[in-house]
Design a binder for this molecule. Structure first.
Ligand code: NAP
Ligand code: MG
Length: 490
């Protein structure tokens, strides 16, 4: 696919360079090769983008449901028409296997646009009848939204953020991650002819440079953020300046509980998938496997076999199953945790090192890794590693499994592997987490909310529930007679 080698910011319907003219490079983490140059924006660019979004608000917020639906459906169409091209850009910049980009990222991004294309017609307020009055609750757009997203699944994140915001009649400024955003910029270029001026604006560059100017801008009414806990804490501080509402999605350390009646082969497949899918760089990853002690040996033997079969290599090859970590920063972070695990006394079932040899030496490859003999309070069992690294713990009784699954500060997702219906429901009730998959991990279904308990954040996305966060209501109470109350007449 031919994509521009240079991108500016997309503001008010045009590509413009950063005010300071600074740029930075997007890299291919599998080869080190430079892919494109993007704008390294500063506060002046943030201000310019927010003003463009604000100027476009009146027009877009009074668009018809049909107009909003058509825009979102056309976004979906254009992604689908060139799905393989966009998948390749995602792979080149992020390092994920092309097979995943084609079968996971693109379909999920497309479905977000299609899901929310239905929303404009169903968005409505309510009426309330009283003997002497009528209550009208109007539902209105919230205003200019700032949306900040990470580098792991850029197209999916972009779609999940912009689709509901636009469906609800808002305008927005999206800041993608500075390391991985090529697919997003190429997508915007693809749809720039149909975006009404200023409705969607993209500002690239370092979050540390422009995050505060964006979120605390007086013309911004809402922030939605996905990323790490420390940055989430900063977002809350910035948002406190003008008291704007936030949606935060901050990662996890999700547990998959394997029960005695589980289909072990299916559970092992779930564990393999959760370890390697997107290189483990997924907030929903089920990176703590809690296996019932009676299944431990069989499970570990099959898991080791499963992971040692995984084909690591050039992410652009259809046969590749595990690609390169997204950046040097992420590679260093994951490598650090591999050492931490060993230092804490956990044992390696498999992996534990950089994956090396010929072509692999040029990229940020890590072997799929499983730590066993893991204690629940170890750092590797508590902190989000965000790489192809999974911890296995064991349990004896159900209450213990539930307790361990909840023994982290996170609560984003979880899995249960069992053929016992009663047990499945009991455990699901007990898990303090936002999404639970029973007998198939990553079973993504359209319209199901995703979001966190505890420090995994708050607010729900990927579902119509998020429309509440992108609208506000206005209550109008109409009295049915125009006479005075007369209470001050005597
Ligand atoms: P991050 O720093 O939180 O990055 C997420 C987004 O926030 C990026 O666009 C980033 O911009 C931006 N950002 C950074 N500092 C900011 C600030 N002061 N104000 C506003 N925006 C700011 O996360 P990361 O450094 O990419 O990854 C670190 C860890 O976060 C990962 O290892 C993982 O544990 C977790 N994480 C979770 C998710 C998730 O889906 N929940 C996704 C990614 C990462 P820059 O690109 O310029 O940094
Ligand atoms: Mg960062």
């Amino acid at each position: 696919m031919e994509h521009a080698k240079e991108y500016g910011n997309f503001i008010n319907g045009e590509w413009v360079e950063a005010a300071n003219r600074k740029t930075l490079q997007l890299l291919n983490p599998a080869s080190g090769e430079a892919l494109a140059t993007i704008a390294a924006s500063g506060p002046a660019d943030a201000d310019r983008a927010v003003r463009a979004a604000d100027a476009a608000l009146e027009g877009w917020s009074s668009s018809t449901a049909r107009e909003r639906q058509e825009l979102l459906l056309e976004f979906a169409n254009r992604l689908r028409t060139r799905a393989n091209d966009f998948a390749m850009l995602e792979t080149l910049n992020n390092g994920k296997p092309i097979v995943e980009a084609v079968h996971f990222d693109l379909p999920n991004a497309i479905s977000q646009f299609e899901l929310f294309a239905g929303a404009p017609f169903s968005l409505s307020g309510s009426t309330h009848d009283f003997p002497d009055a009528i209550g009208l609750v109007h539902r209105e757009p919230i205003g200019v939204c700032v949306q900040i997203i990470p580098w792991n699944v850029p197209l999916v994140m972009m779609a999940a953020k912009i689709a509901p915001a636009l469906a609800a009649g808002n305008t927005l400024v999206l800041k993608p991650a500075e390391t991985v955003c090529l697919s997003i910029l190429a997508f915007i270029d693809e749809v720039k002819d149909i975006i009404p001026k200023g409705v969607v604006n993209i500002v690239t560059g370092s979050g540390a440079e422009i995050g505060e100017s964006l979120v605390s801008h007086p013309l911004v009414s809402k922030v939605s953020f996905t990323g790490s806990v420390p940055t989430g804490q900063k977002i809350l501080q910035y948002a406190s300046k003008n008291l704007i509402p936030q949606t935060l999605e901050l990662g996890g350390k999700s547990a998959q509980i394997v029960c005695p009646s589980a289909n072990v082969d299916a559970a092992v497949e779930g564990a393999v998938m959760s370890t390697v899918l997107n290189k483990g760089e997924i907030c929903l990853a089920g990176s703590r496997i809690l296996v019932h002690e009676t299944l431990r040996d069989e499970f570990l033997e099959k898991l080791k076999k499963g992971l040692e079969r995984i084909r690591i290599g050039d992410p652009t090859q259809m046969s590749t199953q595990l690609g390169a970590l997204a950046s040097k920063v992420q590679f260093d972070k994951v490598s650090h945790y591999l050492q931490v695990g060993v230092d804490e006394g956990a044992k390696l079932l498999t992996g534990g090192e950089r994956a090396s040899g010929s072509e692999l030496d040029r990229g940020y490859y890590v072997q799929p890794t499983v730590f066993i003999d893991v204690q629940e309070n170890m750092r590797i069992a508590q902190e989000e590693i965000f790489g192809p690294v999974t911890c296995v713990l064991t349990w004896k009784d159900e209450a213990e499994a539930v307790r361990i699954s909840n023994a982290t500060s996170f609560g984003l997702a979880g899995g249960i592997w069992t053929r016992d219906l009663f047990q499945a429901h009991r455990i699901a009730r007990g898990m303090k987490t936002g999404t639970i998959w029973v007998n198939r991990y990553y079973n993504m279904k359209e319209g199901i909310p995703i979001g966190g308990y505890k420090q995994s954040g708050f607010g729900r996305e990927f579902a119509y529930q998020v429309l509440d966060a992108y609208t506000q209501t206005k209550s109008v109470i109409l009295n049915l007679s125009d006479c005075e109350l007369g209470i001050y007449n005597h």
